[in-house]
Design a binder for this molecule. Structure first.
Ligand code: NAD
Length: 502
C-alpha cells in the first residue's frame, strides 16, 4: 500500500501509470480470449492523445460465445446454487482483491478517460468497492415472503435470478458503472455478459480477471469489449439474454427498447441522461457552501456526470451575488495533467466529445451571456480539455438549458418566486437528480415533493450512497441502481403454491 505522501506526488502516479499492466483480451467462459475476427481497437489517453493499448474488438459472434457460456454456467447452477454464504464470500473476496489494487485501478481510469487521479483514487474506486461489498453483504440477509393463504395452503413467494443478464455501460465512471450493474446481478445468482464503453474498457476487464481469482465460477462473468453498434447491439438483440441493464445516453436507451421488442422481449432497465436542476432560494443562509457544491457538482469529472447539476435556477434577489461566488471558485479549476494530484480539472473523454461540448458552448454564446470560461485548451500542448464555463441570462427554451451537454458548462436561469422555480425545475424531458437550497423546512419539503426527479438533495448536490436508490423519471430512464431495490431488476417473483392435507 502506497504512503499518503507518495500519493500526493505527481511522479508516484506517473510511475504507477507506466507500470500498471493493461488487460487487453475479452473474458469469455473464464478464459482470456481474442475476438474471433482477430480485430482490435485502440484505447486512447485523451489527456495526451497517445494510444494506451490495442483492445480486443468483440462483435456479434463473440457476444454469442459469451451468452452461450453465461447460459451454460447458469443452467448448470455453478453459481446460483451455491449457498448465499458461499456467494457472499466470493464477492467479498473480489472486493478485497480490488482493494489491494486501488492505486493501479485509479491510474488505469485516469489514463483511459482523462479523469483526475485524485478523484479516481479518493472517491470513484473506493466507492465502487464499497458498493460491491454492500451488495455482497446483502446476499445472506435477504428473506423471501409467505403469502396469507387459507389453512391447508402455503404460498412461497421468492425472488429468483432471471438467468443471463446483459450489461452495457458508459465511459464516465468505468469501474463504478460495471459494478453498479454486476454486483446486484451476481449477488442475485445471475450470469452476466458485460460490454464496457469502447472509450474505457480497462478496469472492467481487470474486474473480471480478479473475479475469477476470487473464485467466481467460469462463465458467470463475461466481458466483451467492443463498439456499441456491433457488440452492444448484439447483446440487446440476443434471443437468449433475459435482461438488459443499460447506462448511457437517452438516444441509445431508446434503441435498447427497440432491440428488445424486435427480439425476445427481454426486460430492459435504463439509466439515461439528465439535466438536473439546482434551485437556490434567497432564504439559503450559507450561500458559500451552496456555491462550493454547485461548482463541484458541475465540474466533477469535467461535468461528464449524468446527474450533474447543470441547470442552476437561482432567485433573482441573490443572482448577482451568487454568480460572483461561483466565478471566484471556478477560477481555481484550471485544466491540468490528470495524473497530477494537484490538478483540479481533467481531460474530456475524447476529442470528438470535446468538439461536441464546444458546439454547445458556441450555441450558448449566441443565446445567453458568457460569464466565465468558454474555451477548449490543451495541457502541455496536448489533449482535449475545456475551461469551466458559466452562462447567465439563459432562457428556459435555450438549447443549453434543455439538452444534456455532458461537459463543464453551467446554465444559470433566474426566478422570482417558488412557483416559478418549481415550474422551471420541471421544464425538462429528464428527471434524474435535483437539488434545493433553502433554510425553510416547509419549503424544503414542499419543493422537493413537487420536483420530478429520482433523487432530490436538500442543501446537498448529487449525493450518492449504496443505500440510496439511483435512477430517474421521464427520459432519464427506468428502474433503480444501488440499494436493495437494485435486486428487483435482476430477479423475478416466483410463487410456489402448496396445498397439503390437514
Ligand atoms: P452512449 O449511450 O453513447 O454509450 C453507452 C454504451 O452504449 C456504450 O457501451 C456504447 O458502446 C453503447 N452503445 C452506443 N451505441 C449503441 C448502439 N447503437 N447499440 C447498442 N449499444 C450502443 O453513452 P456514453 O456517451 O458512453 O455516456 C454518456 C451518457 O451516459 C450520458 O447521456 C449520461 O447521462 C449517461 N449516463 C447515465 C447514468 C445514469 O445512471 N443515469 C450514469 C452515467 C452516464
Amino acid at each position: 500500500m502506497a504512503k499518503i505522501a507518495d500519493i500526493e506526488d505527481r511522479s508516484y502516479w506517473h510511475k504507477t501509470a507506466k507500470s500498471v499492466p493493461l488487460p487487453t483480451q475479452a473474458i469469455i467462459g473464464g478464459r482470456q480470449v481474442d475476438a474471433r475476427s482477430g480485430k482490435r481497437f485502440a484505447t486512447i489517453n485523451p489527456a495526451t492523445g497517445e494510444t494506451l493499448a490495442d483492445i480486443v474488438e468483440g462483435d456479434a459472434t463473440d457476444v454469442d460465445d459469451a451468452v452461450t457460456s453465461a447460459r451454460r454456467s447458469f443452467d448448470a447452477g455453478h453459481w446460483r446454487n451455491q449457498s448465499p454464504l458461499a456467494r457472499k464470500r466470493v464477492l467479498l473476496k473480489l472486493a478485497e482483491l480490488l482493494n489491494a489494487e486501488q492505486q493501479q485501478l485509479a491510474a488505469m481510469e485516469s489514463l483511459d478517460m482523462g479523469k483526475l487521479v485524485r478523484d479516481a483514487a479518493g472517491n470513484d474506486i473506493p466507492t465502487a468497492i464499497n458498493i460491491l461489498q454492500w451488495h455482497a453483504e446483502e446476499v445472506d440477509k435477504t428473506y423471501d415472503e409467505v403469502a396469507p393463504l387459507p389453512v391447508g395452503n402455503v404460498g412461497l413467494i421468492r425472488r429468483v435470478p432471471l438467468g443471463v443478464v446483459g450489461a452495457v455501460v458508459p465511459w464516465n465512471f468505468p469501474l463504478n458503472m460495471a459494478i453498479w450493474k454486476c454486483a446486484p446481478a451476481l449477488a442475485a445468482g445471475n450470469s452476466v455478459v458485460l460490454k464496457p464503453a469502447e472509450q474505457s474498457p480497462l478496469t472492467a476487464l481487470r474486474f473480471a480477471q480478479l473475479a475469477l481469482e476470487a473464485g467466481l465460477p467460469e462463465g458467470v462473468l463475461n466481458v466483451v469489449p467492443g463498439f456499441g453498434e456491433t457488440a452492444g447491439q448484439a447483446l440487446g438483440r440476443h434471443m437468449d439474454v433475459d435482461c438488459l441493464a443499460f447506462t448511457g445516453s437517452t438516444a441509445v436507451g431508446k434503441m435498447f427498447l427497440r432491440y428488445a421488442g424486435d427480439s425476445n422481449l427481454k426486460q430492459v432497465w435504463l439509466e439515461c441522461g439528465g439535466k438536473s436542476p439546482v434551485v437556490v432560494f434567497e432564504d439559503c443562509e450559507d450561500l458559500e457552501t451552496a456555491a462550493d457544491q454547485v461548482v463541484s457538482g458541475i465540474l466533477y469529472n469535467q461535468g461528464q456526470v449524468c446527474s450533474a447539476g447543470s441547470r442552476l435556477i437561482v432567485q433573482d434577489s441573490i443572482r448577482a451575488r451568487f454568480l460572483d461566488l461561483l466565478t471566484e471558485r471556478m477560477a481555481q479549476y484550471r485544466p491540468g495533467d490528470p495524473l497530477d494530484p494537484q490538478s483540479r480539472l481533467g481531460a474530456m473523454v475524447e476529442a470528438k466529445h470535446a468538439a461536441n461540448v464546444m458546439r454547445y458552448i458556441e450555441a450558448g454564446c449566441r443565446e445567453a451571456t458568457l460569464v466565465a470560461g468558454g474555451n477548449a485548451v490543451t495541457v502541455n500542448g496536448r489533449g482535449s480539455f475545456i475551461e469551466p464555463t458559466i452562462f447567465s441570462d439563459v432562457r428556459p427554451d435555450a438549447v443549453i438549458a434543455r439538452e444534456e451537454i455532458f461537459g463543464p458548462v453551467l446554465a444559470v436561469l433566474g426566478f422570482a418566486d417558488e412557483a416559478e422555480a418549481i415550474a422551471l425545475a420541471n421544464d425538462s424531458v429528464y428527471g434524474l437528480g435535483a437539488s434545493v437550497w433553502t433554510d425553510n423546512l416547509s419549503r424544503a419539503h414542499r419543493v422537493s415533493e413537487q420536483i420530478v426527479a429520482g433523487v432530490v438533495g436538500v442543501n446537498v448536490v448529487d449525493p450518492v450512497n449504496p443505500a440510496i436508490p439511483f435512477g430517474g423519471f421521464r427520459q432519464s430512464g427506468s428502474g433503480r441502481d444501488l440499494s436493495r431495490h437494485a435486486a428487483e431488476k435482476y430477479t423475478a417473483l416466483k410463487t410456489t403454491w402448496i396445498r397439503f392435507k390437514n
